[in-house]
Design a protein around this ligand. Structure first.
Ligand code: AMP
Length: 281
């Protein structure tokens, strides 16, 4: 009996747009969690939020080539669909997983009109040219296909959340919900890119991350925060042998540089060997 019940409520895997529209058609309270796979507890926290606030929840797994500005980065992205499905199947009440092919997402050849304002071309937008144009393009396409009531995204990728929320809520009748960053017990922000690191390298990154997080306390009574971070950036690069792209304190309302502790976050992107990691705190 339990076995039968389990089969009846099993998560459905959707592999093409025909199946997607047929399956989602009857529902109008859909929570959507877009991912690029490499499923971890961070993704699971978004899925659980969606399950709590929507009748149906769908997760997508799609490594979007158009948001990578380096072929090497795209090719080394840690995708493992079999492992991801095994994890997702264990989540009670997760209804659907959508694993589209490139042609499903990009079947409409027309590129949406996307213009990112100059003032937002900072942080990752500055260092990964075309990245957010690719992210917004795929998010518009996925939103049109899934027609969700709510989309759940992580604050770990704060600038992505900020830009997608502005764009999607302007264009669609869909809410974008920002969810807190999940960290491991050593406070390292979970990321699919962590799967690219060996255990000894993870230990290294955890140590580095702890030092970065400590900066939040240090800037509390610092007058010129960004000047302090500029110096810290140089010191950390030398000490930890890493390449830091940016280490900046910015206002969370408009992403402008800020020397205030309140209403701002420290944003960070760095390379540990060839792995690019980002965080904010
Ligand atoms: P990704 O698969 O890396 O594209 O991430 C899919 C979604 O999960 C995005 O909205 C991310 O911001 C979110 N996410 C990634 N890592 C975390 C984390 N550690 N905590 C919470 N959300 C996360």
């Amino acid at each position: 009996m339990f076995y039968l019940l389990n089969i009846l409520i099993q998560m459905k895997i959707i592999l093409n747009n025909y199946d997607l529209s047929k399956t989602l058609g009857p529902f109008n309270d859909i929570g959507f969690v877009p991912t690029m796979g490499g499923i971890h507890e961070g993704h699971i926290s978004l899925i659980e939020k969606s399950i709590k606030s929507n009748k149906k929840t769908i997760v997508s797994i799609f490594v979007n080539p158009r948001q990578f500005n380096s072929v090497k980065d795209f090719n080394s992205y840690p995708a493992n669909i079999k492992k991801d499905l095994a994890i997702l199947k264990k989540i009670k009440r997760l209804d659907f997983v959508y694993i589209p092919k490139f042609k499903d997402v990009y079947e409409n050849k027309k590129k949406p009109e996307i213009k990112i304002k100059k003032k937002f071309k900072v942080l990752c937008a500055k260092f990964r040219k075309g990245h957010f144009e690719g992210v917004l393009d795929v998010m518009i396409r996925l939103t049109k296909l899934v027609k969700p009531k709510k989309i759940f995204m992580g604050k770990k990728d704060f600038q992505q959340l900020y830009l997608v929320k502005n764009f999607i809520e302007n264009e669609f009748n869909t809410k974008v919900i920002g969810c807190r960053t999940i960290r491991n017990r050593n406070k390292l922000a979970l990321s699919s890119r962590n799967f690219l690191l060996k255990q000894s390298e993870l230990n290294d990154v955890e140590k580095i991350s702890k030092n970065f997080l400590n900066l939040k306390n240090k800037i509390k009574y610092t007058k010129n925060i960004n000047q302090f971070l500029k110096k810290t950036k140089k010191d950390f690069e030398k000490f930890f042998n890493i390449k830091i792209e940016y280490l900046e304190n910015r206002n969370t309302n408009d992403l402008s540089l800020s020397n205030k502790y309140n209403g701002s976050k420290i944003f960070l992107a760095y390379y540990y060997k060839s792995v690019r990691l980002i965080d904010n705190f």
